[in-house]
Design a protein around this ligand. Structure first.
Ligand SMILES: CCC(=O)OC[C@H](C)CC[C@H]1O[C@H]2C[C@H]3[C@@H]4CC=C5C[C@@H](O)CC[C@]5(C)[C@H]4CC[C@]3(C)[C@H]2[C@@H]1C
Length: 428
C-alpha cells in the first residue's frame, strides 16, 4: 500500500544521500532493510563451484575438449586449458546473479565477523568422491574472505581470497575486487585467475543487479593465456552480461596481436559460442561453448544449524537472518547489535590478554615466501602485478603505481592444508 511505497521511496532517497558520502567497504554501507540479504558474504565462496562437475572436468586426463575444431592442433595442455575456461565461465552466473534469482534483486549481504566460517561439500557419484568447500573471514576491517575448494580423489583444488572496495560516484556504485584464484590440477598444472571490476546497475530503478566490466586473465602453467573482456547492456554488444574471450598459446601472442587460437563470445549468464581465431570475424562454423541458463546448479550441502559450530555463518547469523526475512526493522537492529556487541567484547578481551586473533585455515604469506603456489611464476608469465592492487592490474602499469601505497612487501592469503587436516572442532 502507499505507506509502504512511501517508506520505500523515503529510504531510497535517504539511502542515496548517505551513499553520496559513502566510501569504503561493506561495514560502512547502511542500507534500508528491504535491500538486506540474510546471506553472509562468507557463503559467496561456494559460487566458485556450483557446477562441480565442470570444476572436476579440468582434470581432463587426456580427454578431448568438446566442441572440437578440425583445423586446430590440440595438445593435452590446450584441452585442459579449455576445460578451465569453461569452468570459470560457468561460475559467473552464480557469483553475480544468484541473489537476483533467489531474491529478485541484488541485495546487501551480511558483513562477516572476524573468524566467521562457512563450510560444506558436494558429494559425487563414484569414483569422483567429495568436493569440500571451506570459507573463512580472515579480516573484518577491511572485509576479506579466503576460500579453499578441493577434491582429493580427483586431484583438483582451488584456493583464493577476495576483498571488495566499494566506491559510489554519480549514482553508480562501482566495486574494485582485490585478490585472485589459484587452481591446481593434478600434481603440476596450475592456473591463475583474476577477478573483474563490477558495478551495480539499476540502483535508481530499485532493482539493482551486478554488471561486470574490465577483464579477467587466466594464465596456465603450460603457457596458455586467456583474456575475457566484459561488456554490458548499451555497450558494443547491446546485451547485458556479455563477454568476449580470446585464447592464446602464450601472453606474448596476445601482446603481439597474433590471431587467437579460439574466440568465445556471448553472455556469461546465458549462451556463449566458440569459434577458431580464423572464423570469428566471418561468424563461420560457430559451436555452442556453454549455456548458463540450461545448466542446473548443484547446491552445496551444509550441516543443519543445530549441528553447526558457533563460528559457522548460518548458526551465528540465524536470528538476524530471520529478522531480515520477516522484514522486522527493529528486530534486525536488535539482533545485529547482539552479535556486534559480542564481537566487540571478544576483541576487547583479546586486547587485554594481549593476544591477536589467529586465522584458522589460512596464512597471510609475503609474496617472496609464497613457495607453495605458482602465483609468482604465473603472475610473471602473464606480466600481472603481484602487489596488493586490484585483481588483474598489469605489472609496471600506471594503474599499479596509482594503487601502491608504499613499498611494503605484498602479502596474499594462502590455504594451509595442514591446519585443516588438524582441525578438530569444525566438521563438514
Ligand atoms: C539501497 C541500495 C543498496 O543498499 O544497494 C546495495 C546493493 C545491493 C549494492 C551493494 C551490494 O551489492 C552486492 C554485490 C556484492 C558482490 C557480488 C559478488 C561478488 C563476487 C564474490 O566472488 C566476491 C564478493 C562480491 C564482489 C560481492 C561483494 C559485495 C557486493 C558488492 C554487495 C554490495 C554491498
Amino acid at each position: 500500500d502507499s505507506s509502504n511505497a512511501d517508506v520505500a521511496n523515503f529510504t531510497w532517497t535517504k539511502f542515496f544521500k548517505n551513499m553520496a558520502t559513502f566510501k569504503g567497504d561493506l561495514s560502512s554501507l547502511t542500507a534500508p532493510p528491504f535491500i538486506l540479504s540474510p546471506v553472509s558474504l562468507t557463503e559467496f565462496s561456494q559460487y566458485w563451484s556450483e557446477h562441480p562437475d565442470l570444476l572436476l572436468a579440468t582434470n581432463n586426463k587426456g580427454q578431448q575438449f568438446e566442441p572440437k575444431f578440425d583445423d586446430v592442433e590440440y595438445t593435452d595442455e590446450l584441452n585442459q586449458f579449455l576445460f578451465v575456461v569453461r569452468w570459470f565461465i560457468s561460475t559467473l552466473k552464480s557469483q553475480y546473479c544468484s541473489r537476483n534469482e533467489s531474491m529478485g534483486s541484488e541485495k546487501k549481504p551480511l558483513n562477516p565477523f572476524l573468524g566467521e566460517v562457512f563450510v560444506g561439500k558436494w558429494e559425487h557419484e563414484e569414483p569422483l568422491g567429495t568436493t569440500f568447500c571451506l570459507s573463512e573471514q580472515v579480516s573484518h576491517h577491511p572485509p576479506i574472505t579466503a576460500y579453499s575448494i578441493f577434491n582429493d580423489t580427483n586431484e583438483v583444488s582451488l584456493q583464493g581470497y577476495n576483498q571488495a572496495k566499494l566506491n559510489f560516484s554519480s549514482a553508480m556504485l562501482s566495486v574494485k575486487q582485490f585478490g585472485h584464484a589459484l587452481l591446481k590440477v593434478g600434481k603440476t598444472n596450475e592456473y591463475l585467475i583474476t577477478v573483474p571490476t563490477l558495478h551495480i546497475e539499476g540502483l535508481m530503478a530499485a532493482a539493482p543487479y551486478v554488471e561486470l566490466e574490465s577483464k579477467t586473465y587466466i594464465q596456465g602453467s603450460a603457457g596458455h593465456f586467456a583474456v575475457i573482456e566484459y561488456t554490458g547492456k548499451g555497450w558494443m554488444s547491446g546485451k547485458k552480461n556479455s563477454f568476449k574471450c580470446k585464447i592464446f598459446n602464450c601472453k606474448q601472442d596476445y601482446d603481439n596481436e597474433t590471431k587467437p587460437l579460439f574466440v568465445i563470445t556471448g553472455q556469461w549468464s546465458g549462451l556463449s559460442t566458440m569459434y577458431t581465431g580464423d572464423d570469428e570475424k566471418k561468424k563461420k562454423n560457430p559451436k555452442t561453448f556453454y549455456d548458463a541458463a540450461r545448466e542446473a546448479k548443484d547446491v552445496l550441502s551444509v550441516k543443519p544449524i543445530e549441528e553447526q559450530n558457533e563460528l559457522e555463518s548460518r548458526r551465528a547469523w540465524k536470528d538476524v537472518a530471520e529478522a531480515i526475512k520477516e522484514g522486522d526493522f527493529n528486530k534486525i537492529h536488535q539482533t545485529k547489535t547482539v552479535l556486534e556487541e559480542s564481537q566487540r567484547a571478544l576483541r576487547k578481551k583479546e586486547e587485554e590478554a594481549g593476544h591477536k586473533w589467529e586465522t584458522r585455515w589460512f596464512d597471510l604469506v609475503p609474496v617472496d615466501e609464497d613457495h607453495n603456489t605458482g602465483f609468482v611464476k604465473l603472475s610473471s608469465l602473464a606480466q600481472l602485478s603481484m602487489e596488493d592492487v586490484p585483481s588483474g592490474t598489469i605489472a609496471g602499469s600506471k594503474n599499479e603505481a596509482k594503487w601502491l601505497v608504499n613499498d611494503k612487501v605484498a602479502k596474499h592469503w594462502r590455504f594451509n592444508r595442514q591446519k585443516w587436516d588438524e582441525e578438530t572442532e569444525i566438521k563438514i
